[in-house]
Design a protein around this ligand. Structure first.
Ligand code: OOG
Ligand code: MG
Length: 262
């Protein structure tokens, strides 16, 4: 750690206020170039504590920057992890208010729900598949608090990996009934198919992202509880949205899930 506790508290308050007030900010490594990975995750943890203190629930986790397309789009080389609060969840087919956001983008993802807890280290695809109850389509809405969506990995980790809203739904499938590598996805914007992909775009197998998350949490003395929802990361690059847009994600064998931006 290179930052003291009061700096961590202040940066968490600053980033969360930017989220709640839909204001952008300079990336925090501009002012604190010496910050390290522990500092970055400590700031994210502090944001999580602030939400818990306000009565919000943590419903799960997300892996981000798990596909080559996303890493290339954002100019980084390693995945990162964040948390999902109940306040981020939108109803299937529901409305997402653009006025509450800075510069939202959507990502097509496979969402996992755990039947049993997962505790790293040592988790691999096999451990993950044994612990998963079902998978389903998920659209993540990301909204980096950093100006022009430009950041480095430590800044984005501190900013809870741009998390802000998500919707899951469609037809949940037991993992045994789907080959998560070859499963196809189509994302439609206003009725036009705009993004296409297959599960293997995420680390060769989307369950590998869940294993990485479990091992990351294990190294920090945490685990994935039973009944957690986990977004495994965008299969394609993210696409910008604005008020008036309708987004539908179709996942092979798992139906579709949608959102309207108002
Ligand atoms: C960071 C979050 C990336 C994903 O699925 O890759 C992410 C960002 O690109 O703002 O959620
Ligand atoms: Mg994502």
């Amino acid at each position: 750690m290179s930052l003291d506790q009061s700096t961590i508290d202040n940066l968490a308050a600053h980033l969360e206020t930017c989220e709640l007030e839909a204001r952008d900010t300079a990336k925090i490594t501009d002012e604190y170039p010496e910050m390290d990975w522990d500092d970055a995750y400590a700031i994210q943890d502090r944001i999580r504590q602030r939400k818990l203190a306000r009565g919000e629930r943590i419903v799960g986790f997300k892996a981000g920057l798990t596909s080559h397309a996303k890493m290339k789009q954002m100019g980084v080389a390693t995945p990162c992890f964040g948390f999902l609060a109940d306040s981020f969840a939108l109803p299937e087919g529901g409305e997402c208010k653009v006025s509450e956001l800075i510069h939202p983008k959507v990502e097509p993802e496979i969402a996992f729900v755990t039947r049993t807890a997962l505790q790293g280290p040592g988790c691999h695809i096999g451990t993950v598949l044994a612990a998963i109850d079902f998978v389903m389509p998920g659209i993540e809405v990301i909204d980096s608090r950093y100006r022009d969506f430009k950041f480095d990995l430590k800044s984005v980790v501190a900013d809870n990996t741009s998390a802000v809203r998500f919707v899951v739904g469609g037809r949940p499938l037991p993992v045994a009934e789907v080959d998560l590598r070859t499963v196809g996805i189509v994302l439609e914007k206003n009725g036009q198919p705009v993004l296409f992909g297959a599960g293997a775009a995420v680390l060769g197998h989307p369950a590998a992202a869940i294993a990485m998350l479990a091992n990351h949490l294990g190294a920090r003395g945490e685990h994935i509880p039973a009944g957690s929802l986990i977004l495994s990361g965008g299969i394609t690059e993210a696409v910008a949205v604005q008020a008036g847009d309708a987004i539908t994600l179709r996942v092979q064998g798992m139906g579709s899930v949608g959102l309207r931006f108002v």
